[in-house]
Every structure is written in C-alpha cells, then in structure tokens.
Write a protein that binds this ligand. Structure first.
Ligand code: SF4
Ligand code: SF4
Length: 102
C-alpha cells in the first residue's frame, strides 16, 4: 500500500496549478501522453496525439515540449513536486516525430 502511495505521488494529477506557462505549453496533457506511452505501452497512440499539439485539434494553438525554456515557473507551483522542465524534455524526446527537429 505504501509503495502505491509513493508511486502515485510521482504522477501528474492534471490539477493545472502549474499553469499558466509563458510558452503556452499544455503541461498536464504532455505528461499524461508520456505516461500513456510508458505505463500503458501505447506509444504509437501517444505519439499521434502529441503530434497534434501546435498543429490541429484542441491543442492547436499551444506549443509542445520543445518550446520549454526551463524557466521553472511551473515546477514551483506543482503540488506533486514534479521536475516539469526535465519531464517535458524527456516527453518530447520520446514522443516527437523524428523529422520534427526537436
Ligand atoms: S519551465 Fe517550461 S513548461 Fe514550465 S513554465 Fe517555464 S516554459 Fe513553461
Ligand atoms: S501542477 Fe503538477 S500535478 Fe498539477 S497539472 Fe501541473 S504538472 Fe501536473
């Protein structure tokens, strides 16, 4: 039980307390896609949805993880104490198209 609790603390709860991001990055969305790819082994689906950020659909007017400047404003506000800039960089590396240049 304690193990589960510790594990749960590592995850983004999509509370959105980290917003607004000056670079208009949908942080919770990206972290949830990263979890989808890692935890549930749905990498291809997560990559397709990640590719929509900044291009089409609900997140068309926002930016993906490559736009993060590591300013750290978000991480200061995160109750889960996630290292958001590092998480976004890892998410982008895992989920971005190879030809996207990020
Ligand atoms: S560290 Fe990155 S994601 Fe966080 S507020 Fe700054 S630009 Fe946005
Ligand atoms: S504040 Fe932390 S837990 Fe909440 S949405 Fe942002 S990254 Fe996720």
């Amino acid at each position: 039980m304690e193990e589960y609790r510790e594990l749960a603390e590592l995850y983004c709860t999509s509370c959105n307390y980290c917003l607004p991001c000056p670079e208009n990055i949908p942080i919770a969305r990206i972290l949830s896609l990263f979890s989808l790819a890692r935890v549930y082994d749905l990498e291809e689906a997560a990559k397709k949805l990640y590719a929509e950020i900044g291009r089409t659909g609900f997140f068309a007017r926002m930016n993906n993880g490559a736009a993060c400047t590591s300013c750290g404003e978000c991480a200061e506000k995160c109750p889960q104490k996630l290292e958001i800039p590092e998480e976004l960089a890892a998410a982008h590396a895992a989920l971005a198209d190879d030809d996207e240049g990020g």
